[in-house]
Write a protein that binds this ligand. Structure first.
Ligand code: ZN
Length: 447
C-alpha cells in the first residue's frame, strides 16, 4: 500500500500560520498557507525560507479565508506554485478581500510578503468547490463539508482508493447564527483526522447568557443615553452581531436604536454574506421566509468615507457603533474611542479575544488612561467583555465532533491550539478511548 505522509508546517502547538503538507505517490497537496501572527518572532516566520518547493505542489486546499489560513498564498505563487487553489465559492470571494486588505496594510511597512502582481496571479488560481461536491487533484478525490466557523468554512476530506483523511480546519460552535453547524455525519473508514484545538482546554459561556448581558448593555445605553462602541473582527463576528441585534430588536428585548457599521472591510464581507444564501441554516431561512432580512437591523447605517466616519463625533446617543480593528490596533474604532471613551455613559464591548500588548487588552486590564494618535485620554467608559460569541467550538463540542468518528477508530492529530490546549485535548481524547497525538512542527506522520 502507498504511504501517505502528513507534515505540519504551521499552526502546530500555536494558532496561527496554518499550513499542512499531505503527500502520497500520486501527488502533493498543501492545506492552507496562512500568516503567523502575534509578535516579532512569529511575524519573522512569514519570511523564513520554505522547506518545500512550491513548484512541486499539485494543489492547495483551503479550509477558509481567515488571514492565518490564507495570508501566505501569494508568496507561494511568487515562489513557483501554479496549481489550483480549491475552496468554497464564498471563501474565494472573502480571500480576495482579505488578501487585498493585507497588501494595503503592507504598503505602509518597509517589508512586503507579496506584491500586487503576486496577488493578482493568486486570485486567478482559485477553483471553487461547493459543499458535498467532489473534485480530483493531486491524485486525491477532494470533498468539502460545512465547518460552521465563518461563511464558506470547510472540513476537507481527501480520498485515495479506499483510504480517507479528514482535515477539520477551524470548527465553529453549534448554534452559531447564519451558517449551518459543523458536519458530523462521517462515512466509515477515516484513517487520520487532523483536528483543531483552539479551545481544547476550555468551555465557552452559554450564548443565551451572553445575549442577556448584551441586552443589559444596550438597555443601559438607551436609558442614559450613551454610545456603545464594539471593536469587531470584520469576518464573521460583525455579521453575527448584526444578526443578534436585529433578532433582539425583533423580539422586543432591546429598543430599535441606530446601529452604525463603520468598517469598509466588514461592509464588503457583509455583502458576501448576503449573497451566499446557500450557506444559511434553517433559522436564517425562516427569517427570510417571514419577509425580513437576517442581518439588517431596522436603523442600520453603513458608513462609507473617512469623512463621514469622523462626522460621527456629533452623533446623538443612543447608538451602537461597530468598527474595526477587533483588537483596537488600528482602524476607525480609534477615533471613535478618542471621542467617546472619556464619557461615563459610553460602553466599550469586547466580543473577541484581545492579544497581549494591544490597546484592547489594556482597556480590559483596567487602564485608567490611554494614548490615541498622541493624545492622552481618561477612560471613563464602562468596559465590558462578552465571552459567548466565539467562532470556535469549545472543548465539549470539539470532543463531540471527534466522537462522530468513534466507530471508525482513526488517529487524531491535534493541531491549531496553544501547546497546553493541544496537550490537554489530546489527553481528553485518550480518556475517551480515541487514539490521539499532538502535531509537531515539521515532524512527518506516515500512514
Ligand atoms: Zn478561522
Amino acid at each position: 500500500m502507498d504511504k501517505i505522509r502528513i507534515t505540519p508546517l504551521g499552526a502546530a502547538q500555536t494558532v496561527t500560520g496554518s499550513a499542512t503538507l499531505l503527500e502520497h505517490a500520486n501527488g502533493k497537496v498543501l492545506i492552507d498557507f496562512g500568516i503567523f501572527q502575534g509578535g516579532t518572532e512569529a511575524e519573522e516566520m512569514n519570511f523564513a525560507p520554505l522547506n518545500f518547493d512550491p513548484a512541486q505542489l499539485d494543489a492547495v486546499a483551503l479550509t477558509h479565508a481567515h488571514l492565518d489560513h490564507v495570508g501566505r498564498l501569494p508568496r507561494l505563487v511568487a515562489e513557483g506554485f501554479k496549481g489550483p487553489i480549491i475552496t468554497h465559492p464564498a471563501s474565494v470571494e472573502i480571500a480576495a478581500v482579505v488578501l487585498k486588505d493585507a497588501l494595503h496594510l503592507m504598503e505602509q511597512s518597509t517589508r512586503k510578503l507579496f506584491s500586487e502582481e503576486d496577488l493578482q496571479k493568486t486570485l486567478k488560481l482559485f477553483r471553487p468547490l461547493s459543499y458535498n461536491q467532489k473534485t480530483e487533484a493531486a491524485g486525491f478525490e477532494i470533498e468539502l463539508f460545512d465547518a460552521g466557523h465563518i461563511l464558506g468554512s470547510a472540513h476537507i476530506q481527501f480520498r485515495t482508493g479506499s483510504r480517507r483523511i479528514v482535515f477539520s480546519g477551524d470548527i465553529g460552535q453549534r448554534g452559531t447564527p447564519i451558517i449551518r453547524d459543523p458536519w458530523c455525519r462521517w462515512p466509515e473508514g477515516a484513517e487520520l483526522v487532523i483536528v483543531e484545538s483552539t479551545y481544547g482546554d476550555r468551555q465557552h459561556k452559554e450564548l443565551s447568557s451572553t445575549l442577556e448581558e448584551f441586552c443589559a448593555i444596550v438597555n443601559r445605553a438607551v436609558r442614559l443615553p450613551g454610545v456603545i462602541l464594539i471593536p469587531a473582527f470584520a469576518i464573521g463576528r460583525t455579521q453575527e452581531l448584526l444578526y443578534h441585534l436585529s433578532q433582539l430588536m425583533e423580539e422586543g428585548r432591546i429598543p430599535q436604536i441606530p446601529v452604525i457599521l463603520d468598517s469598509p472591510m466588514a461592509e464588503k464581507v457583509t455583502s458576501i454574506y448576503r449573497r451566499h444564501r446557500e450557506c444559511y441554516d434553517r433559522e436564517t431561512w425562516e427569517i427570510i421566509e417571514s419577509g425580513r432580512l437576517p442581518f439588517r437591523p431596522p436603523y442600520l447605517r453603513e458608513v462609507g468615507s473617512a469623512e463621514e466616519s469622523r462626522s460621527l463625533s456629533k452623533l446623538k446617543p443612543p447608538a451602537v457603533i461597530i468598527a474595526g480593528s477587533g483588537m483596537c490596533t488600528g482602524g476607525r474604532i480609534l477615533h471613535h474611542m478618542a471621542t467617546w471613551l472619556d464619557k461615563p455613559s459610553t460602553s466599550v464591548v469586547f466580543v473577541g479575544f484581545q492579544g497581549a500588548g494591544t490597546l484592547g487588552r489594556r482597556l480590559i486590564d483596567g487602564a485608567e488612561t490611554i494614548h490615541i494618535h498622541g493624545q492622552e485620554l481618561s477612560v471613563r467608559a464602562k468596559i465590558e467583555t462578552l465571552g459567548g460569541f466565539s467562532a470556535h467550538a469549545g472543548q465539549d463540542q470539539l470532543l463531540n465532533w471527534c466522537k462522530s468518528f468513534s466507530d471508525q477508530k482513526p488517529l487524531f492529530l491535534v493541531n491549531h491550539g496553544e501547546k497546553k490546549s493541544c496537550e490537554n485535548f489530546a489527553g481528553l481524547l485518550g480518556e475517551n478511548a480515541l487514539q490521539a497525538q499532538v502535531a509537531c512542527l515539521n515532524q512527518t506522520v506516515e500512514l
